[in-house]
Design a protein around this ligand. Structure first.
Ligand code: NDP
Ligand code: X2W
Length: 318
């Protein structure tokens, strides 16, 4: 059996990466739009309604426009944008979120794929909130280090055109402290307040790491490196793409440094906790284009279609 798949936004960063994952698969028939007509609404609507699964790899407004074009009740949308991630009519596309989420993704025709920073943040905190190791009203803060592909084709072009080193140094951004991922972090993280979140973009193509510092004195008595590791291990038991690193794992730090690119070209996320009696840091790393976007989208498609979750995702992309 083959499934018809259309990528709306096939020439963008996320769309191209989904194509990399799918083009060689025998169980997928990719519907391609003529490049010249890629913004032609009539042609997009025709392909959207022919497909079993449509990946929307578009800016938010274009995603909303595409969602309104669907009249085939069998078409499943997997939207990569921020448009629907906290919309109750849509299912949040993080299969590892909580028990039952895979079944919800299987049953839903409207799947909102994760934000890259948000999914790393949520995967760190949600199991610990559920286990009672973090209070829901903790005053969370977090920073994220990300490669420039997170900014899509426009940011990639800016970095690649930089001849004089103006973009060499890391650049903090979203300093209005209202990054667009805050609503999904709060809702799907299970928090009472949005975190103070400061992302930093660096002069490297891809790779992302979210770091959440915690003060032990503000946490329940039993919250420690060991109890956090055990809670993650229990929550992610059987999750094929989540790697909980044991305390002191030599892969976590190389010469004392944390490599934010270690999951690149995979759909894996690594979770680690560092700390001592007084302070802790929860740290996740992933490929922002992998588990943070295209890999997660393909994983959601596999689950929705009733296929093995890892189909096409086990190999490392070149
Ligand atoms: N890059 C990343 O790491 C992540 C991105 N996302 C999200 O995924 C979505 C896509 O992002 P990304 O791939 O980075 O963005 P890009 O800018 O790289 O690609 C977007 C694509 O959409 C096309 N497009 C824009 N408007 C329309 C339209 N009206 N009709 C049809 N096509 C259109 C663009 O064409 P053209 O260039 O010709 O305008 C471009 O090819 C965004 O919502 C983004 O927020 C989510 C997670 C991570
Ligand atoms: C470097 C950079 O700009 N990164 C993007 C995140 C990309 C992402 O996760 O995408 P969504 O836009 O779909 O949420 C940002 O922080 O806005």
């Amino acid at each position: 059996m083959t499934f018809r798949v259309f990528v709306d936004g096939q020439e963008g960063t996320t769309g191209l990466r989904i194509f990399d994952y799918l083009h060689a698969r025998q169980d997928i028939e990719l519907l391609r739009i003529d490049s010249e007509r890629r913004k032609d609404k009539t042609e997009r609507a025709r392909l959207i309604n022919q497909a079993d699964v449509v990946f929307l790899c578009l800016p938010d407004d274009a995603s909303r426009e595409a969602a309104a074009m669907v009249d085939n009740p069998d078409t499943c949308l997997i939207d990569a944008s921020t448009a629907f991630r906290t919309d109750p009519e849509w299912t949040y596309g993080l299969p590892e979120l909580t028990p039952g989420q895979r079944e919800r993704i299987r049953a839903s025709k409207r799947i909102a794929n994760v934000g890259c920073h948000a999914s790393a943040f949520i995967m760190l905190v949600r199991p610990l909130i559920e286990a009672g190791l973090l209070p829901t009203d903790y005053p969370f803060s977090a920073f994220s280090l990300t490669g420039y592909s997170g900014g899509g084709n426009k940011m990639i072009a800016e970095y690649e055109a930089d001849q004089n080193g103006a973009l060499d140094a890391p650049r903090p951004y979203a300093l209005t402290l209202s990054h667009k991922h805050l609503p999904e972090m709060r809702l799907h993280g299970g928090l009472e307040h949005s975190p103070v979140f400061t992302p930093i973009v660096g002069n490297f193509l891809k790779g992302l790491s979210v770091n959440i510092p915690l003060q032990r004195s503000h946490l329940p008595e039993g919250t420690s490196v060991e109890s956090i590791t055990r809670a993650w291990q229990a929550h992610y038991d059987g999750a094929p793409f989540v790697h909980v690193m044991a305390p002191g794992d030599s892969d976590a730090l190389e010469g004392g440094f944390f490599d934010v690119t270690a999951c690149n070209d995979t759909n894996r996320v690594d979770l680690c906790v560092f700390g001592n009696e007084e302070r802790l840091a929860l740290v996740a790393r992933m490929d922002n284009l992998g588990k943070g976007a295209a890999g997660a989208a393909v994983q959601n498609m596999n689950i929705h279609l009733g296929l093995e979750e890892t189909t096409g995702l086990a190999r490392r992309l070149g």
